[in-house]
Design a protein around this ligand. Sequence first.
Ligand code: SF4
Ligand code: SF4
Length: 263
Amino acid sequence: MARASIAIHKLTSCSGCQSVILNMGENLLTLVQLVDIQHFIEAGVNNPDAQVDIAFVEGSISTHEDEERIRQVREQSRFVVAIGACACSGGVQALRNVKDSEHWASAIYADPGYLDSLADSRSVAERVKVDLQLWGCPISERQLIAAIRALLHGVPPVLPTEKVCQECKRAGQVCVLVSQAAPCMGPVTQAGCGALCPSFGAPCYTCFGPSEQPNCDALGERLVGLGIPANQVAERFVSISAGVKPFQNAWARWRIPLKELEP
Ligand code: SF4
Ligand code: SF4
């Protein structure tokens, strides 16, 4: 029986999710026995126009080239899987969606006329049909392998719908929000990472995207109640998953416009 073919494409991103795949060690050796890797530029396999069974797409739609590329990838792939916070939400690049992108560009670059960037950064699913989204910054190797196995066996991959807090509690971690008054976003973030950050004593920063029915109002009020300034609370919602509505709405609720802060 022919092995399934896969491609790993990169759009606007830092390549961190591709690095997770490259660093899979023995699991990568197992993977290459199960599938035929047609395109994976970071591993030196360069065939971006290959027709494949599964295309994994890292990165956001942030440039005209990304827009063109994702249309081609969709046409030449049976399944399209968005991998990472950039592909699933627009990523940190989507900070421009809640601000004036022209202002940012001219504040940073001496001659922004050379830039070929769109006014906003979008997820893959906002431009083409996506069959599965694997969140994270970067993705979880465990989730990726489980998803590939499921797709190869023709069954729908099962992803968690609970919140990071639930994984955190099961792992017996001390809550950093309660014990350190740290601005942990676990109560509104989708599980899947095994509560990685709290396991190192650090607050979650939403890289697995919004959970089902995230109660952003309640979390924002709790953080303000801890003495965290409203503007900092707003920024916690739009960091790595800045492109999703529940977090943008929370940002809009808590942010204080700069002119109101001026003396
Ligand atoms: S540390 Fe964060 S993720 Fe863990 S229980 Fe507390 S708020 Fe939830
Ligand atoms: S705890 Fe939050 S920020 Fe850290 S890996 Fe998990 S989802 Fe991402």
